[in-house]
Design a protein around this ligand. Structure first.
Ligand SMILES: [Zn+2]
Length: 342
């Protein structure tokens, strides 16, 4: 991939391109933003643009230098990561030593430091002198998830580029670029909570399993069939607040997307603008069973419940209230039977 082919953050891409074009590359940069994978892609491709043998101010992906950088085997581009919780002193000593030497193959040495927030005071202070007296041949790129955790003395010596999170469409395009199948890219992009890194880690089969389980739950909720089991399962899970929250957040997310598709189908049965396009037939069936009011009621109920639990209110009590208001439930073990409500 070349710098110009990178997806998203076009302003940053333009800034980096202008550094290259004007041959004014800052000796130290911070790439800050919530998506470390995306920032690393930018940093590595910037390094390729610096070293590419075609000298077009961009990487070509095919020359000896570009290929070696992609394999992390180019001596003048180093990607570092903390060993353990923080960067060790020995790592910093080695970095300072290496950066004091001349580049071996290119005109510059590029050092990419992942998780730069893991430079503790000691590591940062020993590194500071290197940043204060920069050699024209060095480029340091610090990748930081949280800029606030970088010492101000370091920040003040770096050009800071703040990355924006990718939109769902940009994530989809990036997945396509990585060779992920178009249908999977579309769905994964919808379920990406924190940008590309989380997508890269999503297990497709796991997502598939969850999606079909939620379709089954929704089917029962809308048909009002064996709803007690679902509600009792929720009540049971609410015993452990944290794991319940993770489960329920995902449940609300998946069910809302299924309900959104059902609403679209109610308006236009031929629509292809569905998130879960592969479930269209089943969703059509459900759309015929319900109406807009019921769909809104269900979405609102679930979202309110999630919001209240996130506000730290007692999950167990809230789930009980939800159950009580939602469906005629016979009894929860150990609890008095609930009054029937329609
Ligand atoms: Zn090249």
């Amino acid at each position: 991939m070349s710098l110009s082919e990178l997806i998203g953050n076009t302003r940053i891409k333009a800034t980096l391109a202008s550094y290259l074009r004007n041959e004014r590359i800052p000796s130290s940069l911070i790439f800050s933003g919530c998506d470390p994978y995306h920032q690393l892609l930018f940093a590595v491709n910037f390094a390729k643009s610096i070293h590419c043998l075609k000298k077009n101010h961009d990487g070509c992906d095919h020359c000896r230098h570009c290929l070696a950088i992609d394999k992390n085997m180019f001596p003048d581009v180093q990607v570092l990561a903390p060993e353990g919780q923080f960067y060790r002193k020995s790592q910093m000593d080695e970095l300072i030593e290496t950066s004091s030497r001349r580049p071996l193959q290119g005109d510059k040495k590029v050092f990419i430091l992942k998780d730069a927030q893991c430079l503790n005071d000691m590591a940062a202070n020993s590194f500071l002198k290197t940043l204060e007296e920069p050699l024209a041949t060095n480029v340091f790129i610090l990748l930081a998830g949280n800029l606030n955790l970088i010492l101000p003395t370091i920040q003040s010596r770096c050009q800071i580029l703040k990355f924006l999170p990718l939109s769902k469409n940009e994530i989809r395009l990036e997945l396509l670029q990585k060779g992920v199948d178009p249908e999977k890219s579309r769905l994964l992009a919808f379920f990406a909570a924190d940008g590309l890194e989380s997508v890269a880690e999503v297990d497709w089969q796991e997502l598939e399993g969850k999606r079909s389980a939620m379709l089954c739950i929704l089917d029962r909720l809308l048909r009002q069939s064996e709803v007690e089991d679902i509600l009792l399962d929720l009540y049971d899970r609410s015993r452990y607040r944290e794991s319940f929250l993770v489960y329920f957040r995902e449940m609300v997310n998946l069910i809302s997307m299924l309900l959104r598709d059902i609403m679209i189908l109610m308006v236009d049965g031929s629509s292809t603008a569905l998130i879960n396009l592969d479930y269209k037939e089943k969703l059509m069936e459900l759309a015929a069973l319900t109406n807009m009011d019921k769909v809104f009621f269900l979405i609102r109920k679930m979202e309110y419940l999630l919001r209240d639990i996130q506000r730290n209110l007692n999950a167990r009590v809230l789930v009980l209230e939800f159950i009580n208001s939602y469906a005629p439930v016979t009894a929860i073990p150990g609890q008095e039977p609930f009054p029937l409500q329609g």
